[in-house]
Design a protein around this ligand. Structure first.
Ligand code: KG4
Ligand code: ZN
Length: 347
């Protein structure tokens, strides 16, 4: 239900824009915690036939979609552009052409309505999705961020100070899901397809590697695991065997989940965090959500995860983090540019 105009006296209203990859999204969030609208236009159909995101096509589709998506987000929220207190956009990391659409549009809106624009780090946005699903959540906490482009263990020390404890040394978890799914002909994106298929499979049917690093216990590696699955698939095909797709999916997924759960819980215990959060597109994965919650419980750690729609890319999480940043005095100004390799902010 739209808010009344009087609520403006109490709430900071931020319009968020997310265009870092293949979702064009705009959202209005009140006070950084309440979603008034969250419109997501997916480009999955466009990229599906290529088996992955085609950057140039993504940018062009963002250009087409950004205006209607923003208009709809404002209309659903019940507020006008002039009512916004700030415009937030994903500044990076991501595909440069895709980011430029959102950043340029945010700057134009900011210029038009005279409100500040603020750049948001995409990973910080994913972490912030937890504040939307759990409005009482406050740092410090440990967050496992797993998406198509990132696998990070991050110490959230304050709402604007994030410290990376571990990261992937090669493929991101979601990237491994997508590549393994592609080899088995399960389509794009692969994560949801493998999640679904795994329900019917035996997670112990194949024993795939779980990589550990003696010198960096919180770092991840998924490329060896991905290659191991692809090798088994190729061997079975060469022999002319029918692929046990469900068993392969379940065994691969279990290997990813084991590594993520073990490292996240270990990091929480060793670094003294009593709260653990999960975020990013792969956080929609049913087995990961269940296993991490169970293991956190066993270790006396509180566990939080956003609702699935807030795990994959969306602008509500960007508006949420934008509100935090604008309240902390980090407005960007009209010089803001897209930063495809944006380092995680430790301001
Ligand atoms: O956060 P996101 O929407 O975009 C990036 O920032 O990368 O994450 C997309 C990734 C894709 O790799 C997709 O396959 C994966 O999240 N994903 C999943 C599931 N849903 C999405 N992975 C495993 N299980 C899922 N249910
Ligand atoms: Zn993302």
């Amino acid at each position: 239900m739209p808010e009344t105009k009087e609520m403006k006296n109490r709430d900071v209203l931020v319009l968020g824009i997310e265009t870092s990859c293949d979702d064009t999204s705009a959202a209005v969030v009140a006070d950084g915690r309440r979603i008034l609208s969250n419109v997501i236009a997916s480009q999955i159909e466009l990229h599906g036939e290529y088996g992955g995101v085609v950057p140039e096509l993504a940018s062009r589709r963002h250009v087409e979609l950004i205006m209607p998506v923003v208009k709809e987000a404002l209309a659903v929220s019940g507020w006008a552009l002039d009512d916004m207190d700030a415009i937030a956009a994903t500044q990076g990391p991501g595909l440069v052409g895709a980011l430029l659409v959102g950043v340029s549009f945010a700057k134009a809106l900011s210029f038009a309505c005279g409100r500040p624009c603020v750049g948001v780090h995409h990973i910080e946005g994913h972490i912030a999705a937890n504040y939307l699903s759990h409005p009482k959540l406050e740092p410090p906490f440990l967050c496992l961020v797993v998406s198509g482009g990132h696998s990070h263990l991050i110490a959230v020390e304050t709402p604007t100070r994030h410290r990376v404890l571990g990261r992937t040394r090669d493929d991101a978890a979601g990237e491994a899901f997508d590549k393994v799914a592609r080899v088995m002909g399960l389509g794009y994106p692969g994560g949801p397809a493998i999640d679904l298929m795994s329900v019917k499979g035996n997670p112990a049917a194949f024993r795939f590697p779980r990589v550990q690093f003696a010198d960096a216990p919180y770092d991840f590696s998924f490329s060896g695991l991905k290659t191991a699955v692809i090798n088994v698939v190729n061997q079975l095909r060469q022999k002319g065997d029918l692929l046990p797709v469900a068993d392969l999916c379940a065994s691969f997924q279990q290997a990813v989940v084991d590594v993520l759960v073990n490292k996240a819980v270990r990091a929480a215990r060793e670094c003294g965090f009593s709260t653990l959060c999960l975020a990013g597109g792969v956080a929609s994965n049913g087995a990961l959500r269940r296993n991490l919650e169970l293991e956190a419980q066993k270790n006396g750690i509180r566990f939080f995860v956003p609702s699935p729609i807030l795990c994959t890319d969306n602008a509500a999480m960007i508006a949420c983090m934008g509100t935090i940043r604008v309240k902390a005095g980090f407005a960007a100004g009209l010089g803001m540019n897209a930063e495809p390799g944006f380092p995680l902010n430790t301001v």
